[in-house]
Write a protein of this length. Structure first.
Length: 279
């Protein structure tokens, strides 16, 4: 049985747990609950693969879930890693919506998950007391994904796994002044190209900040077209890092990409990343 099937089977066997999370999988496959469940399972599969490769001996694995919303991802990861792998974990989950944070606290108490801390603040402002192994974000809307990536770099997270949502930040900037205007003259093509360019900029920024990066699809497009995951692993600290590829891509399309705004300026982006990862 593969990882995805193993995780799915484990969760579906505990209907009480899923009911507490308000995930009713008896509804049609194309309903919101089933779609969200499959997105989370696909995300968990990637986390489990990394843990199996790198974390067999680690005493505690610490997560920071950015723009957590109802925290389906953190609750399910917590359950799976405890039940299936008997791992000691800790979860910080941050969101700007106080109502959702209160609801997550209530669910945490019902489940008895004492290894979770829910925080109502901006992602970039959160100050976890523990060293973070994984920064995760599932459909953090628009620039919240970039805020998650920036925070991960600043706190030296070993792994970053993000599945972006809407990529609105640069779409309007692609209407003129770049080398592919003959493509982006058309609204639908501009929309799709903006998505590709946004993820390429994020990937190149992470690579420039000293991470090895790959992109994968976590679920079939029938569940969501927003199924692309960026997976980044922090390289050893004696490497040299630079933002050359990111800067060239950013300048080519005149995007002034938002990830830079979380650092002092373009020059300090490189220096700050170097200090964070090498110092």
């Amino acid at each position: 049985m593969g990882k995805r099937e193993r995780i799915t089977s484990l969760l579906k066997a505990d209907t009480g747990f899923l009911k507490t999370l308000e995930l009713n999988l008896e509804k049609p496959l194309d309903c919101r609950e089933n779609k969200k469940f499959n997105e989370v399972i696909g995300f968990c599969e990637q986390v489990v693969a990394i843990i199996e490769a790198y974390y067999k001996e680690k005493k505690e694995i610490v997560f920071l879930d950015c723009s957590c919303g109802k925290s389906y991802l953190s609750f399910i990861l917590n359950y799976v890693l405890s039940k299936e792998f008997a791992l000691n974990t800790y979860f910080y989950a941050v969101d700007r919506n106080p109502i959702l944070i209160q609801k997550c606290e209530m669910i945490k108490d019902i489940l008895g998950f004492n290894n979770m801390c829910f925080i109502n603040t901006r992602i970039i402002d959160v100050k976890p007391e523990k060293s973070i192994d994984f920064v995760i974000a599932l459909h953090a809307c628009d620039v919240a994904t970039d805020e998650s990536i920036a925070k991960a770099i600043k706190i030296k997270s070993k792994h970053i796994l993000v599945v972006p949502c809407c990529e609105n930040n640069i779409r309007n900037r692609l209407k003129e002044g770049h080398p592919l205007m003959n493509i982006t003259d058309f609204g639908l093509l501009r929309y799709r190209f903006a998505n590709i360019l946004t993820e390429a900029l994020r990937a190149q920024f992470l690579a420039g900040a000293g991470y090895s990066v790959k992109l994968v699809e976590i679920v079939s497009p029938r569940y969501t077209p927003k199924n692309l995951m960026i997976i980044a692993k922090r390289r050893k600290r004696n490497k040299k890092y630079n933002m050359t590829k990111f800067q060239k891509l950013d300048e080519m399309f005149n995007t002034e990409f938002v990830l830079q705004s979380f650092f002092d300026d373009t020059h300090l982006v490189q220096n700050e990343c170097n200090k964070a990862l090498c110092g």
